[in-house]
Design a protein around this ligand. Structure first.
Ligand code: PMP
Length: 364
């Protein structure tokens, strides 16, 4: 079935007249007196023409990202990180009360954006099975009635990945009725290919990519929503007039040249080695009761007292992330893989710290 995305969108979004920015109405050639810009560059501008508004969707960057992700340009919307993509999808498609499926433990912004919109969050919690986290057996049934299902592969914070067969089943169950959004923030760290390859098969499949992780550009705020052109068209109706700052666009273009990508691949290889080293060290740490290495640039561990570990690590100048508030992750801590010296410091700290029940008290 082909999905009628217009019918799926909120009627208010279909009815509104999108804001037409000066840059959207006319290109930036000639004498520019149409956007109330200051013609004089700022003394703080490092020569990037920041007195001018940026292109809403810079064609050169869009082409480059589409090429890299191996998708057609008209299927790609550049956003301020995946965070904005998540928010736009919910605002366009979910009316208050519409069900949005999430699979906790997972990235918190799916549920938060849904709650801000007044949508109903439907949980399909992952199940801990044979040392791994698995989607629940009734995932497809739970997703079937939802407007959007947020899947994440590799998942944050558990690192598990989803099989193509399962994603296919969810797409089929929601065909014509809802969108399946696969968040691939960490996909470059895994061996298997992106789910973008399955978009030809499923019109309702949406993939989120970002430059924040494997591309080392979290500070740039640049993500992509990859979807059917009709979905992209709907998201463009409500995206901010100038979402992409010029320095962000320029930096992204520099980072995506073939030379830059080759250099980046070397740093990813280093990160993979470092992860291996960290995992081996964590495995030898006797008070760590469980570890999920996963397929991303972090490791999840279970410890006797997560809060105590986080506090002691902070005292040693190391910040770790407590995941205990997430369902099923009692006393679990997420550790991002750092640079070699940072991992050395962590390994040294873990080697000398003991949980309270293992400390040998020195008599007063
Ligand atoms: N998705 C997942 C799974 C994440 O872990 C994160 C950030 N931690 C994001 C999306 C947000 O990415 P961005 O920086 O592109 O907004």
């Amino acid at each position: 079935m082909t999905t009628d995305f217009d019918a799926l969108a909120r009627p208010e979004i279909r009815a509104l007249t999108p804001y037409a920015s000066a840059r959207a109405l006319a290109d930036s050639a000639g004498i520019l007196l149409n956007a109330n810009e200051n013609p004089f560059p700022s003394p703080g501008d490092p020569g990037q023409g920041l007195n001018r508004y940026p292109e809403p969707q810079p064609p050169v960057l869009r082409r480059r990202l589409a090429e890299m992700y191996e998708v057609d340009e008209d299927r790609l919307l550049i956003t301020r990180g995946s965070d904005e993509g998540i928010d736009l999808l919910i605002r366009v498609f979910c009316a208050p009360g519409d069900p949005v499926l999430v699979m906790p433990p997972c990235f918190g912004m799916y549920a938060l954006s849904a709650q801000v919109q007044g949508a109903t969050v439907v949980e399909a919690p992952l199940v801990e099975q044979e040392g791994d986290f698995e989607p629940p057996a009734d995932l497809v049934e739970r997703a079937a009635g939802c407007k959007i299902a947020f899947l994440c592969s590799p998942n944050n914070p558990t690192g598990n990945t989803l099989t193509p067969e399962l994603v296919d089943s969810v797409c089929r169950a929601m065909d014509g009725r809802g969108l399946v959004v696969v968040d691939e923030a960490y996909v470059e760290f895994q061996a298997a290919p992106s789910f973008t390859r399955r978009m030809r098969r499923h019109g309702n499949l949406v993939v989120l990519r970002t430059l924040s992780k494997a591309h080392s550009l979290a500070g740039c705020r640049l993500g992509s929503v990859i979807a059917d052109p009709a979905v992209i068209g709907l998201l463009r109706r409500i995206i901010a007039p100038y979402p992409l700052p010029t320095p962000t666009v320029n930096t992204a273009l520099s980072a995506l040249t073939p030379d830059a990508l080759a250099a980046q691949a070397k740093s990813l290889a280093t990160l993979a080695d470092e992860k291996q080293r960290l995992v081996e060290s964590l495995r030898k740490t006797d008070w760590i009761s469980a570890m999920w290495p996963g397929e991303a640039n972090f490791v999840l561990v279970r410890v006797p007292d997560a809060a105590a570990l986080i506090e002691a690590a902070a005292d040693a100048g190391i910040r770790l992330r407590n995941q205990s508030a997430q369902p099923g992750l009692d006393n679990c801590v997420r550790i991002s893989v750092g640079a070699p010296a940072e991992n050395d410091a962590l390994i040294e700290f873990l080697g000398r710290w003991r949980p309270a029940n293992q400390r040998t008290e020195t008599p007063p």
